[in-house]
Design a protein around this ligand. Structure first.
Ligand code: MN
Length: 378
């Protein structure tokens, strides 16, 4: 994404923030990487743009976007820490430095050493979790350009992504990113299985459309009389998570029956409960299936109402009801807590939530006495 497009995207969620630093970081980094190329033969800076684009998609704050654009200048160009600090200030510099230190860590490829890898990574980023968010976006882009590397490198990086980055994304509640990283890694590690599963899932999705449409039609009819804004989204599992389940249960795809999953996304908490009432009035709920994660959020702040109903065609549909806000938290996890408020009167990033996360993170780190204990705590 070129500069103008990045600026436009950023302004959609932070219209009141001055974009001069973003423009400056863009030009600075582009100049610094001018003579470098990626394995793909593209200009190196394309990578920096892609990392910034992902973090803008996460709606992150200005220092994070600047640091994303600059994340490789200390490691790969003659630019010094001092230059960076005088041009962009301490906050951005500390973020870039954090990513650079993280890149210098040697992770062992042996599974027994995974816990130690985690510890290293977490300790390196404990000061500012935004470092790990930049690193995650960096890994995502490297995974999407893995086809330009040789087979040995592909396997090593894919393995590291599956064993280190995807579980970390899970722990941070970044489920969207986790699914993307897993499926990219899966594609390189087991290309045949990936392709086969992709085809089967597509077939299954087509088969489920009838059930979904019948459900929507009945729901729409009832909701048209009420004044509740609603967006219906189907829940898709990552191919890798299906593959994992097949391995774990030692069953073929046909025997792994996940119910059709649907999300009803609305504006307010009151409307979440109103929707729940409506759904339970129209469809028969499966007893014992209801859980209220709105009143009692999960530890990673996940909130939604869960219920399973019998569809008009007789099969089960798992329903999650949530607000747009809850949806963001569920998809982006910790990254959702560094966003800007949309209205100018609420300028600040959610400071309180941010601090809560940090506190949890640090407590978690302090609790870890040994790698073994650490692994168990996951
Ligand atoms: Mn990079």
């Amino acid at each position: 994404m070129e500069k103008a497009a990045l600026l436009t995207e950023f302004k959609t969620y932070a219209p009141h923030i001055d974009t001069a630093p973003l423009e400056k970081a863009y030009d600075f980094s582009k100049r610094a990487h001018a003579n470098q190329e990626r394995a793909s033969g593209e200009h190196y800076f394309v990578h920096c743009e892609a990392v910034a684009q992902t973090l803008i998609e996460f709606k992150l704050d200005m220092p994070t976007i600047c640091a994303a654009l600059l994340h490789d200048v200390l490691e790969d160009t003659p630019i010094t820490r001092e230059q960076l600090a005088s041009e962009f200030g301490e906050e951005v510099t500390l973020l870039v430095e954090g990513v650079t230190k993280l890149d210098a860590l040697q992770f062992s490829s042996h599974d027994v050493a995974q816990a130690e890898n985690w510890r290293k990574m977490l300790l390196a980023t404990a000061q500012d979790i935004r470092v790990i968010l930049i690193k995650m976006a960096d890994r995502l882009h490297n995974m999407t350009t893995l086809n330009y590397l040789d087979r040995e490198h592909q396997l090593r990086i894919a393995h590291e992504t599956l064993s280190l980055y995807a579980p970390l994304a899970h722990r941070l509640g970044m489920f969207r990113l986790k699914g993307m990283l897993e499926d990219l890694a899966f594609q390189y590690m087991h290309p045949k299985e990936y392709e086969e599963l992709e085809r089967k899932v597509q077939e299954q999705t087509r088969g489920r459309d009838a059930s979904l449409n019948a459900f929507k039609a009945v729901l729409d009819e009832h909701l048209s009389k009420m004044n509740i804004p609603i967006r219906v989204a189907t829940r898709t599992k990552s191919l890798y998570s299906i593959y994992e389940k097949m391995q774990r249960q030692d069953k073929p795809f046909e025997d792994i029956q996940d119910a059709l999953g649907v999300r009803l996304i609305t504006d307010t908490i009151a409307n979440c409960y109103a929707l729940l009432g409506t759904v339970h009035t129209i469809f028969k709920p499966v007893s014992g299936s209801f859980t209220d994660y709105i009143s009692v959020p999960k530890i990673n702040l996940y909130q939604s109402l869960h219920t399973t109903i019998v569809s008009p065609l007789g099969d089960f549909i798992e329903i999650q009801i949530r607000t747009e806000e809850m949806h963001r938290t569920a998809e982006y996890g910790i990254a959702a807590h560094w966003r800007y408020k949309s209205s100018p009167s609420q300028k600040d990033v959610h400071l309180e939530e941010k601090l809560n996360w940090l506190r949890q993170w640090i407590e978690w780190l302090q609790d870890l006495k040994s790698p073994r204990e650490f692994l168990e705590s996951l």
